[in-house]
Write a protein that binds this ligand. Structure first.
Ligand code: M6R
Length: 366
C-alpha cells in the first residue's frame, strides 16, 4: 500500500506532480485560455462584490492560506485576512454578508475550522470550502467549494494536501483576477501556460532527493533550526519549520527573513542551521543581504535557490536548486526540498515519520 516507499510521507511527497495535475484536471483549460470552477463560477457575483476574503484554517492548511493571501492580493487585488480558526472563532470578529470566508482543511473535519464556519454563516457570510476529503463535514457545511484532488493523505505530516491547496487557491485567484479585469488576457494565458509546467518542475525538484539526504545527515543532530523566507515564500518558511518540528521533534522556527534583526539573530552561532528560501525573484537581493548577516555570525546556511544561482551559492554552506518559475508560483517548488529535508532527518533519527507522537491526522476536538 506504500507503493514501494518506506513511508506514506515519502510516497505522498512523490505523488505531488500527479496530485497537482489531478487538481488542474477539468479546471484549467490551457489551450482555450480558460479556468472553469463551478464553485466559483456559480457564485461569481458574490466573489466580485466581496468586501474582503477571510481565510480560516489550522496548521499546514493555515500556511496554504497565507500563501493565498499574497497571491489573491497581488493578482486579484482583493483584501484578504488569514486567521487561525481557533482564534477567529473566539474573538468576536467583525464579519457580515459582504464577506467571503474560505475555510481550508485537508480532512474537512477539523473542529475549530468547522466552528469558525458555523459562526461566519450565522453572521451572513458566504462560506467556501477547500477540502481534500470528499463528503467531509466541512465540505458539506460550506455554501460552495472546490476539492483538492490530492487523493488520500495518510501521513500525519501534510505534504501533497498543502501543494494542492495552493494549486486550487491559485486557480481561484487567477479566475477572480481575470473576471475583475486586474490582469491582462495575455498575462492570464501566460500564467496558465506556466502553471501547466509546474508538475514537471516539481518532478525536477524531487530529483534533488539524494543531495538533500546528504545535507540531512549533516544537520540531523542540530537541536534547533531556523527557516527564513520573504513574500510568497515567507509562509513556506513557516511550513518548513512545522514539518521539521512535527516529525523529527527538532525545535524549528519560521520567520520572515527581515525580522531576524528584530530578535532572532541573537540565536545565530556556528551550531545553528538556517534554511533560507532565496529564489531569484522579487526580494532576491534583500534575501542575499539577510544571508550575509547570518554568515557574518557564523550560522550554517542551506539556501533554496533557483537553478543556476551563483550569488547565494558563494555564501551558503549548501544550496538546493529548484527550477525557475513565475514568482507567485515558487511556493509550489520551494516547499518540496523542505519536505524532503525533514523527512530524511526524521528517518535518520529513527522517528515515527507517518505517526509522530502526540499527533492525530484529523483534530476533531478543540
Ligand atoms: O485537516 P486539516 O487540514 O484541517 O488539518 C489542519 C492541521 O491539523 C494539519 O495541517 C496539521 O498541522 C498537520 N499535521 C501538518 O502537517
Amino acid at each position: 500500500e506504500k507503493g514501494g516507499y518506506d513511508h506514506f510521507m515519502l510516497k505522498e511527497i512523490y505523488e505531488q506532480p500527479q496530485a497537482i495535475r489531478d487538481t488542474f484536471r477539468g479546471r484549467m483549460l490551457v489551450d482555450q485560455g480558460l479556468i472553469k470552477m463551478a464553485g466559483i463560477d456559480d457564485h461569481i457575483d458574490k466573489f466580485l462584490n466581496a468586501r474582503r476574503i477571510l481565510i480560516v484554517a489550522c496548521g499546514t492548511s493555515w500556511h496554504a492560506g497565507l500563501v493565498a493571501e499574497y497571491i489573491f492580493e497581488d493578482l486579484a487585488r482583493i483584501p484578504v485576512e488569514v486567521e487561525y480558526a481557533s482564534e477567529f472563532r473566539y474573538r468576536n470578529p467583525v464579519i457580515d454578508k459582504d464577506d467571503i470566508l474560505i475555510a481550508i482543511s485537508q480532512s474537512g473535519e477539523t473542529a475549530d475550522t468547522m466552528a469558525a464556519i458555523k459562526m461566519a454563516k450565522d453572521k451572513g457570510a458566504f462560506v467556501f470550502g477547500v477540502c481534500n476529503v470528499v463528503g467531509s463535514s466541512i465540505s458539506r457545511e460550506a455554501h460552495a467549494g472546490a476539492y483538492t484532488h490530492a487523493g488520500p493523505e495518510i501521513g500525519v505530516a501534510s505534504t501533497k494536501a498543502f501543494t494542492t491547496q495552493i494549486t486550487v487557491l491559485t486557480l481561484i485567484a487567477l479566475q477572480l483576477a481575470k473576471k475583475k479585469g486586474k490582469i491582462s488576457t495575455s498575462d492570464f494565458h501566460r500564467y496558465l501556460q506556466e502553471l501547466d509546467t509546474i508538475p514537471e518542475k516539481v518532478e525536477k525538484a524531487l530529483g534533488s532527493n539524494d543531495h538533500i539526504e546528504k545535507i540531512a545527515a549533516i544537520y540531523k543532530d542540530a537541536p534547533n533550526c531556523l527557516y527564513l523566507g520573504r513574500g510568497f515564500n515567507f509562509p513556506v518558511a513557516l511550513e518548513g519549520a512545522l514539518k521539521l518540528k512535527e516529525i523529527s521533534y527538532i525545535h524549528a522556527e519560521g520567520y520572515p527573513a527581515a525580522e531576524m534583526k528584530h530578535g532572532p539573530i541573537a540565536l545565530i552561532d556556528e551550531q545553528m542551521p538556517v534554511v533560507v528560501i532565496a529564489t531569484r525573484k522579487g526580494h532576491y537581493e534583500k534575501v542575499v543581504s539577510n544571508i550575509q548577516e547570518i554568515k557574518s555570525r557564523s550560522g550554517k546556511i542551506i539556501g533554496i535557490v533557483t537553478e543556476g544561482d551563483v550569488d547565494v551559492r558563494d555564501l551558503a554552506d549548501h544550496v538546493i536548486e529548484v527550477p525557475d518559475t513565475i514568482e507567485f508560483m515558487t511556493p509550489l517548488l520551494t516547499t518540496i526540498p523542505l519536505q524532503l529535508l525533514s523527512y530524511h532527518i526524521a528517518v535518520m533519527l529513527d522517528k515515527n515519520v507517518d505517526q509522530p507522537r502526540n499527533l492525530a491526522k484529523s483534530v476533531t476536538v478543540e
